[in-house]
Design a protein around this ligand. Structure first.
Ligand SMILES: [Zn+2]
Ligand SMILES: [Zn+2]
Length: 330
């Protein structure tokens, strides 16, 4: 009797939850779109430049080096002249200490004391160091003590102090902001995602002298179309590079539960039966081609091998792999 009851009630419950989520999605998407179109973005006065820039992936999904660890998360060491910026702090899915991030930093000869700035792109689990960190709205480099120097931490939302790296308080930045000569946060571009809800994400824009703007992106929930639009509104310089996550888990994903491609379901502002499609990848490629960057490097942490292949075909020699431990020198 109980089993029959559950069998009858379960589909009704699932349908009700789904209906609620779809209503929330519609409302949230409308609000996020209104926020985006209501934002007044003007050119940045004197953003400055840097002479040298390199991006060293410390955490991502692939590596060629068997001594390094990989996971479907992001942490990049962005070295702009003499400023070392840690963009995001990885996933640490297995809640380890030392975390894959600390392991890779040690293997690559990077000390926590070398970091001058931490830039959290957005507070999702694969960027703030785990599910517990996402839930408690904090960020952790590992699940054990890590001593950080007195540095600046920037985040698009309020983050409380982590028990593991308690020192630096995160400063919330939502507007476009020059963080240091030539180093800019392009400001949040809100998006409402199915299941993940209202998401605020920042990206870094580094103005490299004689070359142009290099965008370094976490998950890319803002959509690359809007990131490009924002960058063109902020700078007079051309877009020289696009590096990082753009969230196209199409025809495959990095987090599968049975047949369900979790990244595809949670990372879209459309219902799960529409979600992220091949046509979205094609329009992203078209939007990027319009600005003719000299370097395109797609993070494999939230895009599929199929998508990477599409990018390789579209961008040819301009395309660079994102591999943990492999420095991208601009
Ligand atoms: Zn991500
Ligand atoms: Zn995300």
């Amino acid at each position: 009797m109980t089993a029959l009851y559950i069998l009858l009630i379960l589909p009704v419950l699932i349908a009700l939850i789904l209906a609620k989520k779809i209503i929330e999605l519609k409302k949230g998407k409308k609000l996020a779109d209104a926020q985006v179109s209501g934002m007044e973005i003007s050119k940045l006065p004197a953003p400055g430049t840097v002479k040298a820039l390199s991006i060293l992936p410390l955490i991502d999904y692939y590596t060629d080096n068997e001594n390094l660890k990989t996971e479907p998360g992001v942490s990049y060491l962005v070295s702009a002249d003499d400023t070392d910026i840690l963009l995001d702090v990885g996933f640490n899915k297995k809640k380890e200490h030392p975390s894959p991030l600390l392991h890779n930093m040690k293997a690559l000869g990077i000390l926590p004391s070398d970091i001058d700035m931490i830039f959290i792109s957005h507070p999702h689990l694969d960027h703030v160091g785990g599910m517990a960190e996402q839930k408690s709205k904090t960020f952790s480099l590992s699940q054990g003590p890590v001593s950080l120097p007195n540095l600046s931490v920037y985040s698009p939302v309020t983050l409380s102090a982590s028990r593991w790296n308690p020192g630096p308080e995160a400063q919330v930045i939502t507007e476009p902001k020059i963080l240091k000569e030539g180093i800019v946060s392009i400001g949040v571009i809100p998006r409402y995602l199915f299941l993940m809800g209202h998401t605020l994400e920042n990206s870094l824009a580094i103005n490299v002298a004689g070359k142009g703007i290099v965008l370094i992106i976490g998950c890319g929930h803002q959509t690359i179309e809007r990131i490009i639009e924002r960058t063109l509104a902020l700078f007079d310089e051309p877009i020289y590079g696009i590096i990082g996550g753009l969230h196209y888990p199409v025809n495959g994903g990095r987090i599968m539960i049975g047949p369900f491609n979790i990244q595809r379901i949670v990372g879209s502002d459309k219902p799960p039966w529409v979600s992220i499609r091949e046509s979205d990848v094609k329009s992203a490629i078209a939007a990027i081609k319009k600005v003719s960057p000299k370097i395109v490097a797609l993070s494999p942490h939230d895009s599929s091998d199929w998508c990477i292949d599409q990018f390789k075909q579209a961008f040819g020699d301009t395309y660079v792999d994102v591999n943990v431990g492999q420095k991208i020198v601009i």
